[in-house]
Design a protein around this ligand. Structure first.
Ligand SMILES: Nc1ncnc2c1ncn2[C@@H]1O[C@H](COP(=O)(O)OP(=O)(O)OP(=O)(O)O)[C@@H](O)[C@H]1O
Ligand SMILES: [Mg+2]
Length: 331
């Protein structure tokens, strides 16, 4: 039996939202430990509380009751300023809605968390390009979010989360906008990077097949932990072989659709020759990037996901273990 020191401890976590006169018990008495360096996958049906749990773990929302500890830090007791600082220094996020800054290029977006760490521009852009390359996006280094597909924006978001090599990365459906093959590749790359950098990776996913490649699978139902399974090495190896099959280490394939302006059909060559592209970015220096974080940067690096459009209060309250208590306790 393997023993891993827990890096995240969740104690009796409860989150209740008020919607008009109704209460939605999104999380109810969650207790959980996640080991350092683990890949923990959170699964469950829509509305079960996965994103809410992730947001509490990452200190993006305050719990109604209970505690979240990351290392020795009581995240639930921190002030907003302390939380912002803690998130910038130790946590990375991959959001369902990307949260990229529209005015910045892919490189600048990925480099943003490094700016918060005070790294000089040249160095952080070098790291940003290396992360984009792993995600198969060096050819899009100078593109702004609106000039990229949804899946490409999602990969920029992933590159941004890994760039600063945080202690923990929280990811909400990080492959939700990718086709199944790219999704496998991206997941494989994330898994490899997390292991290489020793990052604890907490991922919400709808897809059981993807969750099976994790070290731990936590199933949420109606705001409670239904199951918390730590997979054996044999199970993991088998699941990963089944999911990743023939994939090998390496960068994700670059898109072949980028051509230089003066290119004629005759001398057409592969887009994004990586050395030239890198040089281009260096020469151009990207957009003039202020050393002060651009507007919205803090939010982009750690803003909670937008609340879902349709709440399901009746069902959630009904499923609570102690409905009377749930109805009467103040939030
Ligand atoms: N800000 C909010 N205000 C009110 N209710 C909310 C809020 N955020 C979440 N909820 C409710 O809490 C419950 C859990 O929502 P959550 O977003 O965590 O679900 P989820 O498991 O992530 O679902 P999905 O798989 O669809 O993303 C739902 O019933 C939802 O409607
Ligand atoms: Mg969700």
């Amino acid at each position: 039996m393997r023993f891993v020191t827990p890096i995240i401890k969740v104690q009796n976590l409860r989150k209740v939202y008020r919607v008009g006169k109704e209460k939605v018990i999104a999380l109810n008495d969650i207790c959980l430990e996640i080991g350092e360096g683990e890949m923990c996958c959170i699964v469950g049906s829509s509305g079960s509380g996965k994103s809410t749990l992730l947001n509490q773990l990452a200190g993006l929302e305050k719990p109604t009751k209970g505690r979240v500890l990351i290392g020795k830090h009581d995240v639930s007791a921190m002030s907003e300023n302390e939380l912002a600082e803690f998130r910038q220094q130790h946590l990375g996020f991959i959001f369902q809605s990307y949260n990229l800054l529209p005015a910045l290029t892919a490189t600048e977006n990925v480099a943003l968390p490094l700016m918060f760490k005070g790294m000089p521009k040249k160095q952080r852009e070098k790291i940003a390009r290396a992360e984009l390359k792993k995600m198969g996006l060096l050819a899009r280094a100078k593109h702004k979010p609106t000039e990229m597909s949804g899946g490409q924006q999602q990969r920029v978001g992933i590159a941004r989360a890994f760039a600063a090599k945080p202690k923990v990365i929280f990811a909400d459906e990080p492959t939700g906008n990718l086709d199944s093959n790219t999704s496998r590749q991206v997941l494989y790359t994330m898994l490899e990077m997390a292991k290489e950098y020793g990052i604890t990776f907490v991922m919400v996913t709808h897809e059981r097949e993807l969750a099976n490649c994790g070290d731990r699978i936590v199933t949420i139902k109606d705001g409670r932990v239904l199951e918390n399974v730590l997979l054996s090495d044999t199970e993991k190896e088998q699941n990963r072989r089944q999911l990743f099959g023939d994939l090998v280490s390496g960068d994700i394939a670059e898109p072949e659709t980028t051509v230089t302006e003066d290119e004629t059909p005759k001398n057409k060559k592969h887009a994004a020759p990586q050395k030239e592209q890198t040089a281009d970015v260096r020469q151009a220096g990207g957009k003039p990037q202020a050393e002060k974080p651009p507007a919205g940067a803090q939010r982009a690096a750690g803003k909670p996901a937008a609340p879902p459009a349709a709440a399901q209060p009746a069902e959630t309250v009904q499923q609570a273990k102690t409905p009377q208590e749930a109805q009467t306790k103040s939030v």
